[in-house]
Ligand binder design. Structure first.
Ligand SMILES: *Cc1c(COP(=O)(O)O)cnc(C)c1O
Length: 355
């Protein structure tokens, strides 16, 4: 087979993944042949996973990081599916439902279909955050889970997590926060999103996005171990007796890479990266606004702007990896590999197209 080289990140503006930290790359390679799904056999990677959960719990202000329940998933999708599954298993409704804002990630649609729960999506406020009155009207005695997003995929918005948690718990439902992308940015903002801000039950946070781990490394963290116990099945042929994960064999590289990245970057490295990303997003939003585009104010470092189809297409043809939101806005995610000089080149290209 001809050796294929990975693509450069130079013109990648639409991705929530980024270049792994060098320490993550190195650790991932060392642990390629280990399986945290079989912890009694692969003890070293199993203890690294405990460390990963502790770091993710500390980052999300868990009351007890050293004994927090959770695991390193294959990504935000698996963590969200498992949060829905756990809440469903802990609820006794015959026809359980999940209430989520329209901005919730499409992984919840997969979860609902797989798990046979009714997904009730509710409209957003004009600021792209969950509409509390609409959520309140949608929950009922069969609601097993309410979802809030801390860093929405399209516009980087943070839902009102404490208020949503109150609505969930008043209805006898669990509260899940999806911070898959935002989790490594939000500790350096004053948003309310974490275990420290509200008694949320479960949280998704992905090291393989802003955490600079190697893919695959997602994360699920729970307030109480009962949330994970509700996922456990018996495992007759393994040395350990039960397994709470969705996948069986899973990536030791993902676990080791996540720990290496977090050990290297938490908290100061991530703080610096978050600050640079915010500066870049503000700069790009300003540059697009100066040119007369309608820009959605970047609360977290995602810039969305109404750019005409012909210009969008010309940028793609020039090699820029850009994407659009559901309603057609250009969307640029200011990940750590996105630099000011890269964005300057992007805006110059746009100026050339507009001439
Ligand atoms: C990226 C993302 C997901 C999905 O995560 P994967 O790692 O791609 O499976 C879920 N929720 C949010 C908010 C995301 O940004």
């Amino acid at each position: 087979m001809q050796q294929a080289e990975p693509q450069s990140f130079d013109r990648v503006l639409s991705s929530m993944c980024t270049e792994p930290h060098p320490a993550a790359r190195e650790a991932a390679e060392r642990f390629l042949a280990s399986n945290p799904g079989d912890p009694a056999t692969y003890e070293t990677v199993a203890s690294l996973e405990d460390r990963a959960v502790e770091l993710l719990a500390a980052l999300s202000d868990h009351p007890n990081p050293g004994s927090a329940a959770g695991y390193v998933t294959s990504g935000g999708t698996e963590a969200n599916i498992q949060a829905v599954r756990s809440a469903r298993n802990r609820h006794d409704a015959a026809d359980p439902n999940v209430v989520a804002p329209e901005s919730a990630h499409f992984s919840f649609r997969k979860a609902a279909e797989l798990l046979g729960v009714d997904l009730r999506t509710v409209p957003l406020e004009s600021d792209y955050r969950a509409d509390l009155a609409a959520v309140d009207a949608a929950v009922n005695a069969s609601t097993a889970l309410v979802v809030g997003v801390a860093g929405t995929t399209e516009y980087g918005r943070v839902d009102p997590i404490p208020e949503l948690t109150r609505i969930a718990h008043d209805a006898g439902a669990m509260m899940h926060v999806d911070a898959a992308w935002g989790g490594f940015l939000l500790p350096f903002t004053d948003h309310d999103w974490s275990f420290g801000d509200a008694p949320i039950d479960t949280l998704t946070v992905d090291p393989h996005k802003f955490g600079r781990a190697a893919v695959p490394a997602g994360g699920l963290v729970a307030r109480e171990s009962a949330a994970l116990d509700a996922l456990a099945v018996e495992t007759p042929y393994l040395e350990t007796r039960s397994q709470a994960t969705l996948t069986g064999t899973r990536s030791g590289a993902g676990v080791a890479g996540a720990v290496a990245a977090m050990d290297a970057l938490w908290p100061d490295g991530y703080r610096g990266a978050a600050k640079r990303a915010a500066g870049n997003a503000a700069w790009l939003a300003g540059a697009l606004d100066d040119r007369g585009y309608d820009v959605v104010d970047p609360e977290l470092p995602i810039v969305a702007a109404a750019v005409p189809d012909e210009e969008f297409t010309a940028l793609r043809e020039a090699g820029w990896k850009i994407a659009r939101t559901g309603r057609g806005d250009l969307r640029v995610v200011c990940m750590p590999h996105v630099t000011r000089s890269g964005l300057t080149a992007f805006v110059e290209e746009l100026d050339g197209i507009r001439e």
